[in-house]
Design a protein around this ligand. Sequence first.
Ligand code: ATP
Ligand code: MG
Length: 227
Amino acid sequence: MGDRPRILEARNVHKTYRFGAVPVEVLRGADLSVHAGEWVAILGSSGSGKSTLLHLLGGLDRPDRGRGEILWRGESISIAPGRRIDRYRNRDVGFVFQFYHLLPELDTLDNVLLPTMVGRWMRPDPAPARSLLESFGLAHRLHHRPAQLSGGERQRAAIARALVRGPQVLLADEPTGNLDAVTGGSILDLLAERHRSGLTIVMVTHDAQVAARADRIVQLRDGQVQA
Ligand SMILES: Nc1ncnc2c1ncn2[C@@H]1O[C@H](COP(=O)(O)OP(=O)(O)OP(=O)(O)O)[C@@H](O)[C@H]1O
Ligand SMILES: [Mg+2]
């Protein structure tokens, strides 16, 4: 991987939550370089800051002011204007949240179409979302709502939503976290297939067996990333 360009980097990132009297410094100088085409697993115990780091990588939150940055193809998104970050979030990366975050009122197809509706007046062409869902084995679930889906089906829908705009990087937070081993395995197979066709993946997990599916594992401990 050494010869491939670095696509996404965290450099000396600090993140402190100020909630109540005592500030909690969750990330304390975290560094990570992700190369194009790589599948990286970030392994860490509950509360170690995995979701926090992934949110920063995805531009969903920013590091503490002046204390580290996130670089996308060498360009800092941590100091970029809001519109640049919006484009990064909407186009360059796809995000799979720890607890799916599907909208309960929308059916599967509309949940997946949602990112393609941003900034448009007209309903987008559903064909790409439909064929993505079909390739994920959800052809028969297009018009079900999340509450009518199994956990594995919800996770597939969430991954389809993250991929519908063709991002270069997929950021996945505990993609198998709420699933049994067999269902989780099939989600990982699906990620592996996308990875073989060139998708860069950063996946967060507390499970060493899940992490073993990646090309490279790093540990998040004491607010830092350790090889
Ligand atoms: N918005 C917030 N405000 C205050 N504290 C927060 C916030 N988000 C996270 N934390 C705290 O930061 C720490 C790290 O949280 P984070 O969600 O990043 O951990 P995690 O490694 O993803 O855990 P898990 O494996 O349980 O998902 C925890 O102690 C959590 O309570
Ligand atoms: Mg988490």
